[in-house]
Design a binder for this molecule. Structure first.
Ligand SMILES: [Mg+2]
Length: 359
């Protein structure tokens, strides 16, 4: 079969409501600003992927950026690695970090979706794996142990064996109180991760982590500014909890830099910043060689396809920014998520897309 050829790329911006807004120590996410990409090919197959813009202010520049680069992709084969190399070369002087990197990574996911659909297989099969259930953790923002107790109990009823909460607002005493209360609610058999969302100095991070260590913390995520690899390494040497980071790494070279700096015990690259599925494949090799557990960051659907082939697969993050616009959202089954196809197993819920569309 000839390779698919890209004949058009369409994009729609939506701002969808969140059933559970995410409050962090570095700002809140109250809605889900998304760009829905359709990569149209000459064989009647269209690849889908969504980009998560973090804030609605990114949507217009992203739409405009796509319009600018689209002509350079139309007429080319739908071959993820070749397209990534084309764009790397094209934007060597600018660099791929930022909005451009988010767009190219999302395009990569859409190319893979198209390839899966063309083969009538889930993407995980194309990657050499099987659609096995992947253990997921329920990912919360800041929690109020009283107001959120019911939601957390619901999480346990759904079979989750791990839960993550955000810390770092107010003060250390508040962190300690929240951790103690959440640990009491979930009991000793459920893993508890905490995420400071880059909000602390290395010194303050060490002080706060030492205060909560006794509560059997599964990992501490981004205690300091993500780019501060030395700060991460300093914190890591001074605490008895594993340090997790990676959601703000741009493309595989950032993963290599973090590993070289001994910045973390575990990694959690973001598919939309690491170079899509193609970038993930590079990084999973590094993680495997370093025997480093590797988890996903948001993007439940594509993560369910890449984690089964990740040799050091750890946890899938269940933080949902996309199901509102999907016809058949991925579901939690006994705390696990399983890849489905064809492709990435995503179709748009057109009436929801129309409802939440923005210009
Ligand atoms: Mg995080």
């Amino acid at each position: 079969m000839n390779s698919l050829m890209i004949t058009d790329i369409r994009a729609r911006a939506v701002v969808a409501p969140l059933s559970r807004p995410v409050r962090t120590a570095s700002g809140s996410v109250d809605v889900s600003p998304l760009i829905l990409l359709d990569v149209v090919t000459d064989q009647g197959i269209t690849g889908h992927a969504y980009l998560f813009g973090y804030t609605p202010v990114t949507l217009k520049p992203l739409m405009s950026l796509l319009e600018q680069i689209k002509p350079e992709l139309i007429g080319k084969s739908c071959v993820p690695l070749a397209r990534m190399q084309q764009m790397e070369k094209r934007f060597r002087l600018l660099g791929l970090q930022g909005l451009l990197g988010m767009l190219l990574s999302t395009l990569d996911m859409a190319y893979w979706d198209a390839l899966g659909k063309a083969a009538n297989q889930p993407v995980v099969h194309l990657l050499g794996g099987e659609a096995i259930p992947v253990a997921a953790y329920d990912s919360y923002g800041m929690v109020d142990p009283v107001k959120d107790a019911k939601a957390i109990e619901q999480t346990l009823k759904q079979g989750f064996k791990a839960i993550k909460i955000k810390l770092g607002d107010v003060d250390a005493q508040r962190d300690l109180h929240v951790v103690a209360e959440v640990r009491r609610i979930i009991g000793s058999d459920v893993a508890l991760m905490v995420d400071y969302n880059q909000s602390l100095s290395p010194k303050e991070a060490i002080r706060r982590i030492q205060m909560i260590e006794a509560y059997d913390i599964h990992w501490v995520e981004e205690p300091v500014v993500a780019e501060d690899l030395q700060g991460h390494a300093t914190v890591r040497q001074s605490v008895n909890v594993g340090i997790q980071t990676g959601e703000n790494w741009w493309f595989p070279r950032d993963a290599e830099r973090a590993l070289s700096a001994h910045a973390c015990d575990m990694m959690m690259p973001d598919l939309m910043k690491i170079g899509g599925i193609t970038g993930w494949l590079s990084v999973m090799g590094m993680a495997s060689a370093a025997s480093m557990p590797m988890s996903s960051h948001i993007f439940i659907e594509a993560s369910a396809h890449v984690l089964p082939v990740t040799p050091t697969c750890h946890w899938l993050e269940f933080m949902d920014f996309g199901s509102m616009i999907l016809a058949e959202p991925y579901v939690i089954d006994k705390g696990h998520v399983t890849a489905k196809g064809p492709g990435l197993g995503m179709a748009w819920n057109e009436s929801a897309v129309a409802r939440y569309a923005v210009n």
